[in-house]
Design a protein around this ligand. Structure first.
Ligand SMILES: [Mg+2]
Length: 186
């Protein structure tokens, strides 16, 4: 089955990764340090300004999604990538999965893969969750626990899981996508 017409944009034609599920393609929507929330518009395929975050906080890493995946919330699987400097909206990062942040948004599972740029030697030693500075994990947890508070939306952090669980989540999200859209490109 071919994707619905409203998904027929370039971002959804990109494969989920050359070494999926342990190294994934992350399409960046929001660069690290930004408070503006950009997202790929499902109708036009352009990067669209969704909103300036109501809370006075910024994304702790480059943030985007893995193409050709389907998470439990009906969107592609979210990814947060640790970077030394922000990239830009629409940038493709080959990210090695090092962990998984589990949370609920409005009562629904909304998990985020944690990744690092796979070929960046400055992240060469980061292979699993225990390799990530604990304070960074606290920052991320605090960000996702509070970033929607001033919108009156409740998010519930469920804590961190290791790389294996992140890899499992990536695999499951690829399978979910294939079950509903078919093989767009193999
Ligand atoms: Mg999501």
């Amino acid at each position: 089955m071919f994707p619905r017409r409203d998904y027929l944009h370039d971002y959804m034609m990109i494969p989920p990764g050359t070494d999926i599920p342990s190294v994934v393609n992350c399409i960046v929507e929001i660069p690290k340090g930004r408070r503006s929330k950009f997202e790929v518009d499902k109708v036009t395929g352009l990067i669209k300004l969704d909103r300036y975050l109501y809370s006075s906080s910024v994304y702790p890493g480059d943030y985007g999604f893995i193409p050709q995946t389907l998470a439990e919330d009906g969107d592609p699987l979210d990814v947060l990538v640790m970077v030394n400097e922000p990239t830009f909206s629409g940038c493709l990062i080959e990210a090695r999965v090092v962990g998984l942040f589990r949370m609920k948004d409005r009562g629904q599972n909304d998990f985020k893969i944690l990744g690092v740029p796979n070929d960046d030697p400055l992240f060469g030693e980061i292979r699993k969750l225990e390799d990530v500075p604990v304070h960074f994990l606290r920052e991320v947890e605090h960000f996702f626990a509070t970033y929607k508070q001033l919108e009156g939306v409740t998010t519930e952090p469920l804590g961190w899981a290791n790389a294996d669980e992140g890899i499992q989540e990536a695999r499951a999200s690829v399978e979910r996508f294939r079950a509903s859209w078919g093989n767009v490109r193999s």
